[in-house]
Write a protein that binds this ligand. Structure first.
Ligand code: SUG
Length: 417
């Protein structure tokens, strides 16, 4: 049976605040702050546990080998001798944001009836541009079954940031859906990370039906206000599209096209007069997990920052009380990830598939989360300050922590990458 599986990125032991993402206001604000990798990873585990308790199916993606010695070698240097900036780029734990791992088209949407995944090249920012080889290696293990087709990344300079700029709407996870690719147009104050050419290549590679595939431009004011990915201002699930009024460049014709292709669609648009773009981005209202619960209700899993932002919390309360499509709101604490601009939705990659076709080592239940939690408690560093990045003991601890985790999960083929 096809079901939605949320693969959460386990927050890696090198999680730190190096301010590497221009246009990501939270990350820029946190630059130089002390990070807490252990607490961060445990927050991620608690979120997964809460999802399991809601009846959702959960999987994991793993922290990458950091520092990335292979990447540094390709730059003809070594961690010990690299500049501070290169060190930070080689050490980033940014692979935790699994929504940027790949774009996923479930089997009912594709010409060959397989679930297609294209690994994202993340070409825009140096610290993310070297994630794809290990992400590809992980996806090729987790989705080795014939039910899947895993594609290599689209070549740069066409920037692709994966599922964070992709939405799917369908009458059910197992029914043919419509897929929306959201791209940005370069030229503004901040980078437009998703390029239309990359999205079009992915749609071709996945064998999508042109009539059910949309390419929508992200509004330049959203990018300017800090929406470096579409999933900071919009999210879709089932028949519900939940978006800020200023998310898209040409909203009227985009929505008209969606309504023509999927007449049952429910578009929930939050007006700027009730929640400003600034509040939406600060609170990560839309970087929420919009999920269908086993009973059929739609729930929204928001970060605590949404409850802390009065305009946002008011809007949510009124929506739920007023019988809107979102029937339930769940609040999770992912503050350490939020400090780098990663909310609940950034931390997971949605894959619609039959769980029996996934390598079981990448699926989790509560017992497995307990044992992952024990490894984190024992081996993840407690805190990282920006001037710690040259500390050889810390680097050894980071490397050991990851290999302990992979060993305990028996995913040893990734250890020596
Ligand atoms: O790419 N932050 C990530 C946050 C990604 C959030 N993902 C989604 N919206 N789906 C980024 O900007 C900051 C790391 C640093 O500055 O050290 C960072 O990479």
């Amino acid at each position: 049976m096809l079901t939605e599986i949320n693969f959460d990125g386990i927050i890696g032991p090198s999680h730190n605040y190096a301010g590497l993402s221009p246009g990501n206001l939270a990350a820029t604000r946190s630059h130089g702050a002390v990070s807490r990798p252990r607490a961060a990873a445990l927050q991620g585990i608690s979120k997964m546990r809460a999802n399991l308790r809601l009846g959702l199916v959960e999987g994991i993606l793993l922290p990458h080998a950091r520092p990335d010695h292979q990447w540094l070698a390709s730059l003809h240097t070594r961690y010990e001798e690299a500049s501070d900036h290169l060190r930070a780029q080689a050490l980033s734990a940014s692979a935790m944001w699994a929504a940027n791992a790949a774009t996923v088209s479930p089997a009912p949407d594709t010409a060959d009836g397989r679930c297609h995944l294209t690994v994202a090249n993340l070409a825009t920012l140096p610290h993310r541009s070297h994630e794809w080889p290990e992400t590809l290696a992980q996806l090729r293990i987790a989705f080795a079954n014939d039910a899947f087709r895993v594609h290599a990344a689209v070549p740069p300079p066409f920037g692709d940031e994966g599922a964070a700029n992709h939405m799917r709407l369908a009458g059910g996870h197992d029914r043919p859906g419509i897929e929306v690719f959201v791209f940005g147009v370069p030229g503004g104050a901040f980078p437009a990370r998703q390029h239309r050419e990359a999205s079009e290549a992915i749609a071709r590679g996945h064998g999508l039906d042109r009539a059910r595939t949309f390419f929508a431009q992200q509004s330049p004011e959203a990018i300017e206000a800090g929406a470096f990915h579409n999933d900071v201002v919009a999210v879709a699930n089932g028949l519900v599209l939940f978006a800020h009024e200023q998310a898209f460049a040409d909203t009227a014709s985009f929505y008209a096209g969606l309504r023509a292709a999927l007449p049952e669609i429910e578009i929930v648009e939050v007006p700027a007069s009730q929640v400003s773009l600034e509040d939406a981005i600060r609170s990560y209202l839309f970087n929420a997990q919009l999920v269908t619960l086993p009973g059929g209700d739609t729930a929204l899993i928001v970060p605590e920052e949404a409850r802390d932002t009065p305009s946002v919390w008011r809007w949510l309360q009124e929506h739920v009380a007023g019988n809107g499509p979102i029937r339930r709101v769940e609040v999770v604490d992912v503050r350490e990830s939020m400090g780098n601009g990663g909310g609940p939705a950034c931390l997971r990659l949605r894959v619609v598939a039959d769980p029996r076709t996934v390598d079981p080592r990448f699926l989790v239940d509560e017992a497995k989360l307990d044992s992952i939690g024990e490894v984190i408690e024992r081996y993840w560093p407690e805190a990282i300050k920006s001037d710690d990045l040259g500390d050889a003991d810390l680097i050894r601890q980071i490397e050991e922590a990851r290999s302990r985790l992979l060993t305990s999960l028996r995913i040893v083929e990734l250890i020596d990458r």
